[in-house]
Design a protein around this ligand. Structure first.
Ligand SMILES: *[C@@H]1O[C@H](CO)[C@@H](O)[C@H](O)[C@H]1NC(C)=O
Ligand SMILES: *[C@@H]1O[C@H](CO)[C@@H](O)[C@H](O)[C@H]1NC(C)=O
Length: 365
């Protein structure tokens, strides 16, 4: 009797805690990374130049903790080397004047850091970075990180690398056109949320998630493999709810919307659709059989059901209108129009220039 009471009390506290934590990062933040407070209460730092370094630069802005970073300039910052973030910072890309702010030609790294909020930032590494072992965004070993309304493209190793994470969210973001290994996100660790993202023309890892995970309202287009666990790294629980997988010209095996999800994994999958006929019309069918995983009859995470209030079809409309950094620029408009071809357009690129977009494929900001 006492045990039951104590269990009930603990659950109630856990629910209250998760409801409260969702407001920490910013209004509307969801998932495990929403626990981050970043530099919200810190000193405001104004980025005043697109220069790689020096006073007023992005590199200088992120070089100290407890900063709330805003942008007085717009355009691309062309990195001369990887830029390393400090813990407890908030990067408010939405403060940049139109057409917004982007980072190109190098990796943005939160490796081994904690408590970081990044919003409305374009991170486009591309092969102007000579280090093909780096990614567009790296959060290896990092804790309590939320990436929201970001646009990540042209990653060489991965678009997003996060081995050894704790409590991360990737939400409302466009993760497109990985080059090099052509991978979306490689996440391993403890508790990851992927919500409302648009994954475009990746070979694999959209994401690879060796973690207890929430994968909700994502749209994956022109995949060779979609949601992947890989048959190594341990046994995890996965809530896979109301996602839309859409095959494209590069899709060689349509049923690889779920990939390498072995018998040890536990999966709650409902309301997921796959449109596999590449006929230019959104007309998928439900696909909730996830490999040989153990089938859960309810979500493992307490907030997955409320997070999943859009159907897969509604998620398609919402994500195409909403995902990525705002305002939407040339690269993201191209990513979205590629998806809107619903099967007829899409290339898994080996370099950004092959997109044919301006500025050597990076698009003009
Ligand atoms: C650095 O930039 C800030 C903001 O633009 C300015 O107020 C300050 O005087 C600059 N400091 C130096 C050493 O140039
Ligand atoms: C991760 O999030 C959980 C809530 O889901 C929280 O209890 C835990 O303290 C967080 N971990 C860290 C290192 O903050």
């Amino acid at each position: 009797m006492l045990l039951i009471t104590r269990f009930g009390l603990t659950s109630a506290i856990a629910v209250l805690f998760s409801a409260a934590s969702a407001q920490n990062a910013f209004t509307g933040a969801v998932g495990f990374g929403a626990i981050a407070t970043g530099g919200n209460s810190g000193a405001t730092y104004h980025v005043t130049t697109l220069a790689d370094s020096g006073n007023g630069s992005f590199r200088d802005a992120v070089s100290a903790e407890n900063r709330n970073i805003v942008f007085d300039v717009s355009g691309y910052i062309v990195l001369e080397s990887a830029v390393s973030l400090s813990s407890s910072i908030t990067i408010n890309g939405q403060t940049a004047p139109s057409p917004g702010i982007g980072i190109m030609a190098g990796e943005v790294s939160a490796s081994d850091k904690s408590n970081i909020i990044i919003r409305n930032l374009r991170m486009r590494q591309g092969n102007l970075d000579s280090d093909s072992g780096k990614s567009a965004f790296n959060m290896g070993g990092a804790t309590n990180i939320i990436l929201d309304h970001c646009s990540v493209a042209y990653g060489q190793w991965d678009s997003i690398d996060g081995v050894g994470i704790t409590n991360i969210t990737i939400s409302n973001s466009i993760i497109a056109f990985p080059i090099g290994q052509q991978f979306g996100a490689h996440i391993e660790g403890n508790q990851a949320t992927y919500f409302g993202n648009l994954w475009v023309s990746g070979h694999n890892r959209q994401p690879l998630s060796k973690a207890n995970s929430q994968y909700i309202n994502n749209v994956v287009y022109n995949y060779q493999a979609g949601y992947t666990v890989a048959n190594t790294g341990g046994v995890f629980s996965h809530d896979i709810i109301h996602n839309y997988f859409i095959a494209g010209p590069s899709t060689t095996s349509v049923s690889n919307y779920y990939y390498q999800i072995n018998a040890g994994q536990s999966v709650y999958a409902t309301g997921n659709y796959a449109d596999t006929d590449s006929d230019g019309v959104l007309n998928g069918a439900q696909e909730n059989k996830v490999g040989s995983a153990v089938v859960l009859s309810a979500p493992w995470a307490s907030d997955s059901a409320t997070m999943a209030d859009r159907s897969a079809a509604d998620a398609y409309t919402y994500v195409l209108a909403n995902a990525g950094a705002s305002p939407r620029d040339e690269v993201d408009a191209f990513a979205v129009s590629t998806v809107q071809s619903l099967g007829t357009e899409g290339v898994i690129y080996t370099n950004q220039a092959s997109t044919g977009l301006s500025n050597g494929g990076y698009g003009t900001l």
